[in-house]
Design a protein around this ligand. Structure first.
Ligand code: PTJ
Length: 269
């Protein structure tokens, strides 16, 4: 498979299928991934400058937060559990499991995955410390009273917008990783990272290694220099120009194609 032009994408799919078989990911999670792949294809499957800026700002926000919480669902766990753990250590965040298709069995399976990767203090597992956010209509309303309930800054990824909207109305900062800049999550988040989780979280780990030694005024400067509306405008503008180019030339710009096989194929058409 390593010679296949879409090898990386196929390996990511295999990861998700394996996680599905283990009970981490749901069937709807597999469908959600397909939507993400489509957006990733259009943005060119690389971290764009607007995404990198959002990643840097997100790390600054996490470092400035009093109660940062990383919220994990099935897809996020399957695709980036090790990196999320590393990030949590670097920014001193809690990790909470919060699921749309909630079952105690799935929560335990995801908690076990975290434990196998070296993270033992998993929030969202202990029913005795459960609080409810009634405005959230799904079972994601049940949160950990020591985690998401009191969080001032929440990092979430690959989900629909309901929770983001409620969290924002509660005054929490929401950092969302979502390849779809049109989604309600993207529109409502304080900081939207329009990038694939498999690139975004490793980037954030690298950024955190540098930013954690910066002082608070510098981190605040980074936050002040960020506009989520501008980020979304830049993301849509990139999509627009790439699609426009394709409409004109019948291909994305040959000069930016990195894969020789793909270039040869397009040149030979
Ligand atoms: O694990 P659970 O039970 O909490 O279920 C979670 C799912 C994913 C099923 C649920 O939250 C869901 O249905 O999400 P949506 O509404 O399909 O939204 C997923 C969003 O994430 C879409 O906007 C996708 O474009 C985006 N997305 C998918 N894969 C990736 C992604 N964004 C970044 N990186 C990805 N790999």
């Amino acid at each position: 498979m390593s010679t296949h032009p879409r090898a990386e994408s196929l390996m990511v799919r295999e990861k998700l299928v394996k996680a599905f078989e283990e009970g981490v990911v749901t069937t709807a999670g597999l469908i959600a991934h397909g939507r993400g792949e489509c957006f990733d294809y259009i943005i060119g499957e690389k971290t764009r400058s607007f995404a990198f800026k959002a990643e840097k700002t997100a790390v600054a926000a996490l470092l400035l937060a009093d109660h940062p919480v990383i919220s994990l669902n099935g897809n996020a766990t399957a695709l980036a559990v090790k990196e999320f753990i590393e990030l949590a250590r670097l920014v001193n965040a809690k990790i909470e499991v919060n699921l749309f298709y909630k079952s105690f069995r799935r929560i335990k399976t995801i908690a076990r995955t975290l434990e196998e990767n070296g993270w033992t203090e998993v929030y969202g597992v202990n029913k005795n410390v459960c609080a409810t956010i009634p405005e959230i209509s799904s079972l994601r309303c049940e949160v950990d009273s020591r985690g998401l309930y009191i969080a001032d800054t929440v990092l979430l990824s690959i989900e629909d917008g309901d929770r983001t909207i409620v969290f924002r109305k509660m005054g929490k900062n929401v950092i969302a990783i979502d390849l779809n800049p049109f989604s309600r999550t993207s529109l409502w988040a304080s900081i939207t990272i329009v990038d694939n989780i498999i690139r975004a979280v490793p980037n954030m780990v690298s950024i955190a290694k540098t930013l954690r030694s910066e002082d608070k005024p510098r981190l605040k400067e980074i936050l002040e220099d960020y506009s989520n509306t501008e980020t979304l405008k830049e993301a849509v503008s990139l999509i627009n120009s790439r699609l426009g180019l394709f409409a004109l030339k019948g291909t994305f710009d040959l000069n930016v194609l990195e894969n020789d096989g793909e270039k040869a194929y397009l040149n030979g058409r």
